[in-house]
Design a protein around this ligand. Sequence first.
Ligand code: CP
Ligand code: NVA
Length: 313
Amino acid sequence: MPRHLLSLLDLTREEILAVLDRAREMKKGPGIYRSRILEGKAIGLLFEKSSTRTRVSFEVGAYDLGAHTIFLTPGVTQIGRGEPVKDTARVLSRYVDAIVLRTGSQSILEEYAEWSTIPVINALSDLLHPCQILADLLTILEKRGTLDGLEAAYVGDGNNVAHSWILASARLGFRFRIATPPAYAPSDEVLSKLDREQRSRVVVTRDPLEAVNGAHAISTDVWVSMGQEAERDDRLEALAPYQLDARLVALADPEALVLHCLPAHRGEEITEDVMEGPHSVIFDQAENRLHAQKALLEFLMAEPEWKKKLASR
Ligand code: CP
Ligand code: NVA
């Protein structure tokens, strides 16, 4: 059975930490980390939505490890003309060695995984964005030195990025406080995956001050995610009090890290001064998509020594 990454809950705590360690090692240099561990392998990048970071970092990361990629969109494949997921998944499984899929419904990812004989990686769905949070954790780990005792916060829309933060907290055991307007609170579908102890570490509030108070890392994301454009006016009005500005950052830990998965809308979810200010690690975070995903590709598509050691523990 192939391993998939549809959600961070598909990895154990130890596996997430090992992937992050491996990513740090790959990033250390000197120079760009390159190997032939995926030589002769192909990765299908099937993107039903726009992307800059995820697409480019997966393409470059795959090449760095010896694999090649094929970028596919609904418009240039039979997917756009209604070929069923279960057929596409079985056909692609016979040509390529992994599928990186950006789509809307999480159930589509699950259906791909059900029919695929190769790893399926969630490159963003409406519900989750696990690859993003691997990079975010890597950024915190390298800047702060440890994830121990981490108190992370999120202000804004309780969306796919927020949901993956919640699942990261559940898996790794750090404290997470999220402030959203009630209408845009995180989904029960995600919160219900947490057991009592995990749930006790997640604070869901409507008060952004409560969320950021003393936090070591504060994240936000766009108020209008892909596919929600028709809701723009309502969202901007409801989310206006949740803008990540200097006043909120001042309430966090003095060394707090400011994160944003990008793309950012300055003047909406984040101010220009916070985005470009001394707490911001946003562009290192974007770079870390590459390193985290290279480690993830090794983990899902090959049998590197570090993975064997993990299995034998
Ligand atoms: N953060 C992120 O996933 O960016 P892209 O939409 O550009 O891939
Ligand atoms: N929440 C955003 C993330 C983009 C990387 C979206 O889904 O559009």
